[in-house]
Design a protein around this ligand. Sequence first.
Ligand SMILES: [Zn+2]
Ligand SMILES: [Zn+2]
Length: 202
Amino acid sequence: MCIEKNPWERSIEFHGHSCPGLAVGYRVAGIALKKLKEYRAVDEELVAIVENDACGVDAIMLLTGCTLGKGNLIYRDHGKQVYTFGSRNSNRALRISVNGEVLHRQDPGVAELRKKVFGGAATEEEKKKFYEYQASRTDQILNMPEEDFCVTEEINFKMPDKARIFNSVQCGSCGEYVMESRARVKDGQVVCIPCADNYSRG
Ligand SMILES: [Zn+2]
Ligand SMILES: [Zn+2]
């Protein structure tokens, strides 16, 4: 019998593991789609701006269809758990700010346990304890009331231009092709960024 995986299982499969961060992205994506009355974007009808590049972004890409490759996932390196979604269909946009306490709640002893596990110094018993703790945090995040999880507001938002196709030019140094908008000029020659930075392949 073939049982289709549910969206959470598919998120885990895509991301590689289950973790509290993935649960955050899963919740954010679900709230955004529900509030904007949207489905997974086939093309660029939805745009997501993510202000971090942590685990949760994988669930957002999978569930909303906003992906790096389509150009409708915009990454801003702010290190914040804030997500903005805009819909070209309805011209509406939402800003979702995840409640800091959801993310930074630190139960006694966990910081130390985490250090041991990731430093490779944990015993089997400690590893088990840590992963059980992570699983319970994941579960909490998935099941907590929305109003405890985040603050959501509808905002005025100018949708970014659709992804454009750029011409390519050949780098005068390595000979590889580079998008015109990313090309640099060095010593009077058009070059790619790695060549302009004197990047060496070692
Ligand atoms: Zn993860
Ligand atoms: Zn080059």
